[in-house]
Design a binder for this molecule. Structure first.
Ligand code: SF4
Length: 479
């Protein structure tokens, strides 16, 4: 027989089990998100300071003479700007994507600040269809990277001003024409939007949306709060950190959005497979693993040199001398006073080298990953795109190590050597390879539970990771 129910009054006095308080770190993150939301004026002040610094770093070195032999970063404005811009700023921005998502975009980026500011006086046109083309993230990244190599963007202030100035001008024009109070440039055309979006998937922080809380939310009396998400992220359905600029404006919106931690694997393993984006596949395989790697490799490449010598011999034998002439500095590097001139032939071979190497690396990795996807079961394009996402750690690490070479060279030229550099590089690259392998294993495990299928898929997947890692390792070690 069931025991008699307790009297109602007694039952009402029974304490309801309390939920444990959230960990302190979650409360702190929530507070930080709300602080960002409440302090947009202070953030704007910082943003405009960064705009000022950015303009100084771009313009002042162009007005100064190129460094004399023996000049140092602390006594030559050109070298100083080169070190700050390419040795510190740029590598740290990329690193920040992996550590804190796209906070750089939302809180500091000068182009984002400028385009949003001019957008307040925009003509407010609707975003045209051509701008919504999904291939832009790859095309603008590829063109900027290759063009940057052709005019030696890291070495000459005029080249840096040309490329970064063109990008900033594009941001201003876009802001003046399309959208209102928005960052249309950042969302669709910024040359690094695609790369930043890919790297931010590894970030352990994001603005999390609680869909149930969003739906439960009761509109307060009076004016409805409005959030201006400048990069046009659909907040209600936001699942990852890829598109979000971490500006904090939507923190606590509808009691549903909060800055939160997450596993760095989560977005790649659990989210990326649901909405595959072919452009990200092309960007990771042919852009980051292909074009970016080739752009770092060509100055020391024997293949590049061999191709150039063969073609030069052919041209000389046929008395075709015009391709052996230089071109204006804004088309190809042209600084005869420093003995640094690229001929039309150099430019053509450079272009060919980058395209061929990118196609070879990206094509090989794509083939291996397609084999891995097929080994799990019947062919599925979605599965293939999902597996490609597991290559992000090795791609991100390679690009970061490649960029940091500039930092190391500049420090070394100024008598500042970094101790333990090679073991550090080996540890970072090795860690990234293992991370990619782990992600691949987890993704494969989502599609098949059979051990032999998983192992069969890991074989080609491991080949893709190993070859990509070897390409980056070749930058630092001869083998
Ligand atoms: S979703 Fe939009 S408003 Fe919210 S933090 Fe991201 S960029 Fe800012």
């Amino acid at each position: 027989m069931a025991p008699p129910a307790a009297p109602l009054a007694h039952r009402m006095r029974e304490p309801t089990p309390a939920l444990p308080p959230p960990p302190r770190v979650d409360l702190w993150l929530h507070e930080i998100g709300d602080w960002l939301m409440r302090n947009q004026r202070a953030i704007a002040a910082v943003q405009w300071s960064v705009v000022g610094l950015y303009l100084l770093l771009l313009i002042v070195p162009v007005l100064a003479p190129l460094p004399e032999p023996g000049a140092r970063i602390w006594n030559d404005v050109v070298l100083f700007a080169q070190f700050v811009l390419w040795g510190l700023w740029w590598p740290l921005v990329l690193l920040s994507m992996v550590l804190v998502g796209r906070a750089w975009c939302g809180l500091l980026c000068p182009e984002g600040t400028i385009t949003e500011a001019v957008s307040s006086r925009s003509r407010g046109r609707g975003i045209p269809l051509w701008m919504r083309w999904s291939g832009w993230p790859f095309v603008v990244f590829a063109v900027t990277t290759i063009y940057g190599q052709m005019i030696s963007v890291y070495h000459y202030p005029s080249s840096a001003l040309l490329i970064l100035g063109a990008s900033t001008s594009g941001a201003i024009i876009t802001g003046l024409l399309w959208g209102r109070n928005k960052r249309v440039w950042c969302r669709f055309l910024c040359p690094v939007n695609g790369v930043f979006g890919v790297l931010a998937k590894l970030a352990p922080l994001h603005f999390r949306v609680d869909n149930a809380a969003w739906d439960r939310w009761n509109k307060p009396r009076g004016a409805t709060p409005v959030v201006n998400c400048a990069p046009l992220v659909p907040m209600r359905t936001m699942k990852g950190a890829s598109a979000c600029h971490m500006c904090g404006r939507c923190s606590s919106y509808r009691d549903a959005i909060t800055l939160a931690r997450r596993s760095p694997n989560r977005e790649i393993v659990e989210v990326a497979g649901a909405e595959p984006k072919p452009v990200e596949t092309v960007l990771i395989l042919f852009g980051l693993l292909g074009i970016a790697a080739a752009a770092f490799h060509w100055p020391d490449s024997e293949l590049y040199l061999w191709g150039k010598l063969q073609l030069a011999g052919f041209l000389l034998r046929h008395d075709w001398l015009w391709p052996l002439q230089g071109a204006p500095w804004w088309l190809l590097t042209h600084h005869p006073e420093r003995g640094d001139v690229m001929t039309l032939l150099d430019g053509a071979v450079l272009l060919g080298y980058i395209v061929v190497i990118a196609a070879a690396i990206g094509g090989f990795a794509a083939l291996c990953l397609a084999l891995a996807a097929r080994s799990i079961g019947h062919w599925s394009t979605r599965r293939f795109h999902h597996l490609v996402q597991a290559m992000i750690p090795v791609a991100a690490c390679g690009v970061l190590l490649g960029l940091s070479r500039m930092t190391v060279w500049l420090l070394h030229d100024n008598g500042l050597a970094i101790a333990g550099l090679m073991p550090l590089r080996a540890a970072l690259l090795g860690g990234a390879l293992l991370w990619s392998l782990w992600l691949g294993w987890r993704i494969i495990g989502r599609y098949s539970q059979r051990r032999w299928r998983k192992l069969a898929a890991m074989l080609p997947f491991t080949s893709a990771v190993a070859v990509s890692g070897a390409v980056w390792a070749r930058l630092f070690w001869s083998f």
